[in-house]
Design a protein around this ligand. Structure first.
Ligand code: PLP
Length: 340
């Protein structure tokens, strides 16, 4: 039985749910972990996460499918990406089975916070790991804690599928670790200034260009780009310094294998984006959010769909991906995990 929540208007914010999962890495191994009621964390003042930001996180969603099951979308890819991030941050990787057990247990324990089918809302899951042992020299923490909590969310951008406005600034994506294969706290704090600046000037997000030449499109603070050419080809930036979005990879498979579209994954110069017919931001939170315009110092670029409605291909990709996620459309093998 779902909680009595106004699912249509919850937006994208935190609200505590009943249970969360905690596992600890100590003396060279991860324990089995367990559910807890306590949303608060007591931590040593010298913990690795507080001193050197040794932490990383993932994000995925649980939804109610058409036939009333609670399902997650490709959680194994989140587990694998978290392992890559851990390796880069000298954090002992969380085993994939432990990650998936935490997903299943948290979803089951908070089933009444999973929005009903058809509301468009989801239970957003936030797995994260942090150095919880004390460390004063610059080196990895001796102990780590993995936690996973859920919070019900609606649309990431307040207008739902209404196109958003981006701004190109001089700020770097600021991935101080030099790789996009990372979802680390430090990384994201470094990107907040550009995001806040864009908001204060009336834009929804900042569009990052590559740090080296400042001529190629990278991503935004929380999503990758998909463009559509005038002849209906999907173009997505190829770069080693963006996060390998699970949504973007899934949309590309859907576009190629389900919708029979042509795909180009290649460097995309900022100069060429005015030639594209559509532009979308893709991510777990954004799904695929249409972009209506991009502001730069030189010019304002408007995509042909304008500021009221998504372009037809963006809409089609959105409908097909969300249809697969809610099992209205048959999913490729292994994409849907039922939380039993
Ligand atoms: C910087 C960044 N890029 C892209 C994405 C989208 O990734 P995914 O589709 O795996 O959610 C995210 C999601 O949090 C992100 O933070």
């Amino acid at each position: 039985m779902s909680k009595e929540i106004d699912w249509a208007n919850i937006g994208f914010s935190y609200q505590p749910t009943s249970k969360r999962f905690v596992a600890v890495y100590k003396d060279g191994k991860w324990n089995d972990g367990e559910l807890t009621d306590d949303p608060n964390i007591v931590i040593n003042e010298c913990a690795g996460v507080l001193q050197y930001a040794q932490t990383c996180f993932e994000g995925l969603k649980a939804k109610t499918s058409k036939d009333g099951k609670i399902v997650t979308f490709r959680p194994d890819l989140n587990a694998k990406r978290m392992i890559d991030t851990c390796e880069r941050l000298c954090i002992p990787p969380i085993p994939e089975e432990l990650f998936l057990k935490a997903v299943d247990e948290v979803v089951k324990a908070n089933a009444d916070f999973v929005p009903p089918y058809g509301t468009g809302a989801s239970l957003y899951l936030r797995p994260f790991i942090y150095g919880s042992g004390p460390v004063i020299g610059v080196k990895p923490s001796p102990e780590y804690t993995f936690r996973l909590f859920g919070t019900p969310v609606g649309s990431y951008f307040s207008g739902g599928l209404k196109p958003i406005k981006l701004m190109v600034s001089d700020f770097d994506r600021a991935a101080p670790c030099g790789t996009g294969h990372i979802k680390a706290g430090l990384n994201y704090a470094m990107s907040m200034y550009a995001g806040q600046m864009a908001h204060s000037l009336g834009y929804d997000e900042n569009m990052y260009l590559d740090s080296k030449t400042r001529t190629f499109v990278e991503e935004t603070g929380g999503a990758n780009f998909l463009f559509v050419t005038k002849d209906g080809t999907i173009v997505t930036p190829k770069s080693d310094t963006i996060l390998p979005s699970i949504t973007r990879r899934s949309l590309i498979t859907v576009a190629r294998d389900v919708l029979d579209m042509k795909i180009e994954e290649r460097p995309v110069s900022f100069e060429e984006i005015k030639e594209f017919a559509e532009c979308g931001l893709c991510g777990t939170a954004a799904v695929i959010s249409p972009v209506g315009m991009v502001h730069s110092e030189k010019e304002d670029i408007y995509f042909p769909n304008g500021m009221e409605n998504p372009g037809p291909i963006t809409q089609k990709l959105y409908d097909t991906l969300t249809g697969i996620q809610m099992q209205e459309i048959e999913a490729p093998e292994g994409w849907i995990r039922e939380c039993k």
